[in-house]
Design a protein around this ligand. Structure first.
Ligand code: SF4
Length: 417
């Protein structure tokens, strides 16, 4: 099989992995032939480095053969998709060629499991080692690590990669047992813990010695599939929250389940609404930057996020007794809970109120989206009418009209990558 055909198969197979942003751009072809600027089929995607830079990556699998049979995966052993496999040297060459042509700034490399976890991990590490040591490649490398691989190989992966990830995929042990019987939550968590240790050790070495290795993973991430099982948003957010807490993950990516050909009857026939994935990202953002607990974002009697409104507004409408918030006296954590107030706005409000009391026009000057915030705040020259907060349904109707989905999140644009 020629390299181009392999690349088409293995870049396409990698697109299901969300732990590295989206794959390629919109398909812009002319009669089936890629036009100038088209990245379709070449596996180029955009991702964000730990310091927030957006980089173009070559996103491929080493192989889409796999000895495991995870039912939701197009590469599972029982799948009948065309298979291909790169040698480590081929991936190294492709990366260097693309890099020299300025197509990419780095590599995202994952793989199905061939022969054994150690054998596969050794191949993945070989790519990173060759790039870093033989070719002195300074670009970004994101390596997917294999759960059961030996500790030495995982340690080596964290030494060469900028980011490593292990996909949790499903939020509970029971879900894993049902759809991915060869996987095991305890083993996945143990590997994440091990990676965390390596990352912390490398950071410590860098602090102490200038001669510490120049490359070392700065972060790890994971992916959860949404809608492949009955797991509620509450369960997904709880799982994410423990992963952030226990392993200091930099990101949990939520990937809406997409039906695959010849799927098992244990899988749903239809994908979940994409809005669900979006709301989970918003809720996740609230947990990481706004001080929300997973348990606050859903209710026991409604364990899924409301698709019609962003989770911060939904929380505010469930907790109207905490509003209006006085912009001049409220502590930071309460200001962060006001719909429409983003982190940057809150910090600017805190700055301004040290010098003078904040009025409505100050908020307008700070570009706070007033139509979102007004019912929930008071300033030195404004108090919402008492009745406004007494009628939840009327308030809801003000923001949500019919099935219209609105966004009152008030946070910076979400980065996916
Ligand atoms: S181990 Fe990974 S590649 Fe293999 S079937 Fe499971 S999800 Fe797919």
């Amino acid at each position: 099989m020629d390299l181009h055909r392999k690349l088409a198969i293995l870049a396409d197979a990698a697109k299901y992995d969300a732990s590295c942003a989206t794959n390629g751009g919109v398909k812009r072809t002319s009669r089936g032939t890629p036009g100038i600027g088209s990245v379709t089929g070449t596996g180029i995607c955009h991702s964000f480095t730990p310091d927030g830079r957006c980089v173009s990556l070559l996103k491929v699998l080493l192989t889409n053969y796999c000895i495991y049979d995870c039912l939701y995966c197009v590469n599972r052993v029982s799948s009948d998709v065309p298979r291909a496999r790169f040698t480590p040297e081929e991936v190294v060459q492709l990366t260097l060629d693309f890099y020299r042509r300025n197509y990419i700034e780095g590599l995202f490399l994952s793989s199905g499991i061939v022969k054994s976890p150690d054998y596969t991990m050794e191949q993945l590490v070989a790519v990173a080692r060759k790039l870093r040591v033989e070719h002195e490649f300074r670009g970004y490398i994101h390596l997917k690590t294999i759960v059961e691989a030996s500790s030495g190989l995982i340690e080596e992966a964290t030494r060469y990669a900028d980011r490593v990830s292990i996909n949790m995929e499903l939020p509970t042990s029971a879900d894993l047992q049902r759809l991915a019987p060869e996987k095991n939550e305890a083993r996945i968590r143990a590997s994440m813990g091990e990676i965390r240790q390596h990352i912390d050790t490398a950071a410590e070495e860098r602090r102490k010695h200038k001669s510490a290795p120049p490359f070392a993973a700065a972060s790890q991430s994971t992916q959860l599939i949404v809608g492949a099982t009955e797991a509620s948003d509450h369960t997904l957010l709880q799982t994410s929250s423990t992963l952030y807490r226990d392993y200091k993950l930099s990101r949990v990516y939520y990937s809406a389940f997409s039906p695959i050909p010849h799927a098992s009857s244990k899988l749903p026939l239809a994908p979940p609404p994409l809005m669900r994935e979006h709301r989970l990202y918003q809720a996740d953002w609230l947990m990481r930057y706004y001080g929300f607990e997973a348990t606050e974002l859903t209710e026991p009697r409604a364990p899924n996020l409301d698709l019609r409104m962003d989770p911060k507004l939904a929380w505010a409408l469930r907790n109207l007794h905490l509003f209006p918030v006085n912009v001049n006296t409220a502590p930071r954590h309460m200001l962060l809970r006001v719909p429409g107030f983003g982190v940057r706005n809150v910090d600017r409000i805190l700055q301004s109120r040290r010098w003078h009391s904040v009025r409505l026009h100050d908020l307008v000057r700070l570009k706070v989206p007033m139509h979102k915030a007004l019912p929930f705040i008071e300033t030195s020259d404004y108090t919402p009418r008492a009745q406004e907060l007494e009628h939840v349904e009327r308030l809801k109707a003000r923001f949500v009209r019919g099935d219209e989905q609105i966004d009152l999140f008030g946070a910076p644009a979400l980065k996916v990558g």
